[in-house]
Design a binder for this molecule. Structure first.
Ligand code: 5GP
Length: 183
């Protein structure tokens, strides 16, 4: 599959504001489509199967893996996450651009398969702001927040491997930078 200009990989520590930023970018560019991942984590309030994720049991996830249906997969904060080949193929087949929201290790694996994809890292203004945002979200327990902060520190060390790093301080500026980066 030729993916030049067709695949955008976005990584960001949890709480960096990536979803808000991407939703704005999607509203401004109708060719951008979200490639839906599979996960074994439980849905959060408001999350819809097939829209935000394909929610799977751990067994169902392992079955997908065994059938070779995923480009990559990882274990993150105790749950499986992976990118179904079909999620990407459906978008690219229509001539649209697939946006893959995946963490840093998955992104590194995707780079081996699709070296021509555009890699964008969204960074929080600081770890303190990240912690505030995770708490404000109110969806994670204290231990889950601590775990996500530890992971975030690790993830920030990967930012240098990306084509573009966007610091999500001011949302309007960050959205404009994102749209410019993927032109
Ligand atoms: P959350 O539980 O906050 O939705 O996602 C946790 C992390 O998993 C985020 O960094 C998100 O980008 C990452 N993630 C979501 N889907 C995938 C995927 O398909 N593959 C990989 N490797 N990471 C994913």
């Amino acid at each position: 599959m030729s993916v030049k200009g067709k695949l955008i990989i976005v990584s960001a520590p949890s709480g960096a504001g990536k979803d808000t930023l991407l939703n704005r970018a999607f509203a401004e560019n109708s060719r951008l489509k979200y490639a839906v991942s599979a996960t074994s984590r439980a849905p959060r309030d408001g999350e819809v199967h097939g829209v935000h994720y394909y929610f799977k049991t751990a067994d169902e996830f392992r079955d997908m893996l065994e059938r070779g249906e995923l480009y990559e997969h990882t274990s993150y904060a105790g749950n499986y996450y992976g990118m179904p080949k079909a999620s990407v193929a459906d978008i690219v087949a229509k001539g649209d651009t697939a946006v893959l929201k995946i963490e840093v290790e998955g992104a590194a694996n995707i780079r081996k398969i699709f070296p021509d994809a555009a890699f964008v890292f969204i960074a929080p203004p600081s770890l303190a702001v990240l912690e505030q945002r995770l708490r404000a979200r109110g969806t994670d327990s204290e231990s889950a927040i601590q775990k996500r902060l530890e992971i975030a520190k690790h993830e920030l060390t990967f930012a240098k491997d990306y084509d573009t790093i966007i610091t999500n301080d001011n949302l309007d500026t960050a959205v404009a930078e994102f749209l410019e980066a993927i032109k």
